[in-house]
Design a binder for this molecule. Sequence first.
Ligand code: NAD
Length: 296
Amino acid sequence: MEYVSIVGAGTMGNGIAHVFAQNGFKVSLIDVHPPQLDKAMATIAKNLERQVGKGMITEEKKIKTLQNIVTHTTIENGVQQAALVVEAATENIDIKLQLFQQLDAFAPANAILASNTSSISITKIASVTKRPNRVIGMHFMNPVPVMKLVEIINGYDTHPDVSNTIIALSIQLGKIPCVVNDYPGFIANRILMPMINEAIYSLYEGVANVEAIDTIMKLGMAHPMGPLQLADFIGLDVCLSILEVLHKGLGNPKYAPCPLLINMVTAGKLGVKSGEGFYTYTAGNKELIVSNRFRH
Ligand code: NAD
């Protein structure tokens, strides 16, 4: 496999392009918004520079990696040579279904079509293509160049050869693959999101304050970050939408999102990206300040 196309040049797309290009693949990075492509290339260059600074790669490797990436603004032009497409566009089912119809129409007939979705059914995505046995989930973690895990999701019709190809490819990228079946939330979010929801319930019911909840999980369970801080980083809107997928898809009330989470998202308190969640984040300042609202 030589040519890989990445669709969506946002947070995840730039990291996925970085990792493939660094491992010698010819990468076509596609986004409908041209400024996103410029921003992604600048981010990749900055992150490679950091790797050079830490002695992890040479200056020559950095230049080669950047030379391995070309950008496109249309699917039609961007996937012509692809042996694999990794879709990392906005987490919206209508966008993904439309994209996979396009990918199926324009990518070579034997190309594997993978999605980096956090929560949308791979079987549903595959169902809009004429090659459901060549559609699979390839769920990278953020930040992609740093995080080792790739959660590989077999859809109902994914062929074992396709799954084995993606396992081998993940190892070639220096990652550790884990294979799961296609049910709501897969494994990562099925386990992570109820923990975050329970942390929010604990705050909502006044069992403990933000600092106590996060400190207990950090020091007691050796988590690098407390669940409320992690929720702020993921985005409270993203957490809410994944919990809704779990609740609806598995039909169990234990997944019902906490009313406090719903209220915060309705009020536009989305965490780091909006400047306020369980903590407040001042522009240019990474220091976490517990929101006054939660000081009790
Ligand atoms: P993002 O909003 O940062 O980037 C999405 C990009 O997709 C944008 O640049 C947008 O312009 C582009 N896009 C939208 N429609 C498109 C189309 N039709 N064709 C081409 N490009 C299109 O989103 P993100 O955080 O990078 O998430 C991307 C995917 O990765 C989602 O499915 C998300 O669930 C998943 N994911 C995200 C994280 C995370 O921590 N951010 C972690 C794991 C998986």
